[in-house]
Design a protein around this ligand. Sequence first.
Ligand code: NAD
Ligand code: IPM
Ligand code: MN
Length: 353
Amino acid sequence: TKTYRIAAIPGDGIGKEVLPVGQRVIDLVAQKHGFTVEWTEFDWSCERYHETGRMMPEDGIEQMKAFDSIYLGAVGFPGVPDHVSLWGLLIPLRRELDQYANVRPVRLLNGINSPLAGRGSDDIDMIIVRENVEGEYSEIGGRVYQGTEHEAAIQESILTRRGTDRIMDYAFNVAKTRKRKHVSSATKSNGIIHTMPFWDERFAAAAERHPGIGTAQFHIDIMTANFVLHPDWFDVVVASNLFGDILSDLGPAVAGSIGIAPSANINPEGKYPSMFEPVHGSAPDIAGKGVANPVAAVWTAAMMLEHLGESGAAADIERAIETSLERADTKTRDLGGTADTAGSEAAILAALS
Ligand code: NAD
Ligand code: IPM
Ligand code: MN
């Protein structure tokens, strides 16, 4: 039988509560679909930082290269500054494993009420394709005139032609697999006068390389408004690193909850393993209480299996998620239900067996 080697990094907070749920779901569908998963656990986290002064060992990235994929919970917890924990683990993994395409589907699932009145499952079905390794997230910059009244912080934003073209191509290729075959670009070329006009140029060039795909472009400010007012306008959305980050919390909010949102950090060339993690973070406000919604981690598990070529297993998981959302006592509180994490897991596992 086929065996996949997967690195599991639960990380911090509710990452440690929801990742094991996803692992148990995978182990169950694996049996049914005739493959096995060999899990290797890594304790890389803020706790480890307190003990060792590092979020992961010096050769951490190298260690990851041996795996077929990486399954990660969440990184960051009060007690370690966020820029230290994130730049010590999550962000270097994405960048050094060249996972430049961050794919974040947003769908209004059966059994979930959108906070937008009158919206059903046909109205919200999009995929956010976020540039994941450059843009506004950069190490270039610093402080000047520290401690004086002229003190300033400078943060450069870098869009390379190669980096921009490849994320555009990725988004257009995703659009080709979809019914509506449409890509919307998030820009801000009216205010950000160097990077964003370049982004628009590269979007237009990509549209020419991919005939037959409809296009639209919105400044990020009105795009956020349109996510709320007209979510049905959007199919594939391509965005820079920061804009994509913001849109991928807003999208899941209009589709019910950040607690269900999955995400894939893809290295499309397959040179390095891709990494799969929920969109949400460590949720310190509910961590340790056993009430976190495990659906984001479980849906993320489905994305990982799909990526590994196990489409049947992935589809089974998605169906089981929807079954678990039919009743209030088997979905969690963020979705208006009454279940805790264990209750939601039990319903998903039951729907699978
Ligand atoms: P968050 O996503 O952790 O939490 C935001 C809100 O959503 C909280 O009220 C939380 O309780 C709720 N929530 C999130 N996931 C939920 C779930 N599965 N079920 C029910 N409720 C859920 O965002 P934050 O508060 O901005 O960040 C907390 C920490 O996590 C910070 O250290 C941040 O840097 C980090 N973070 C990490 C990632 C990641 O690892 N990919 C993503 C986002 C934030
Ligand atoms: C996400 C998170 C991260 C990001 C943070 C924690 C650095 O918000 O995965 O969406 O901005 O990419
Ligand atoms: Mn985010």
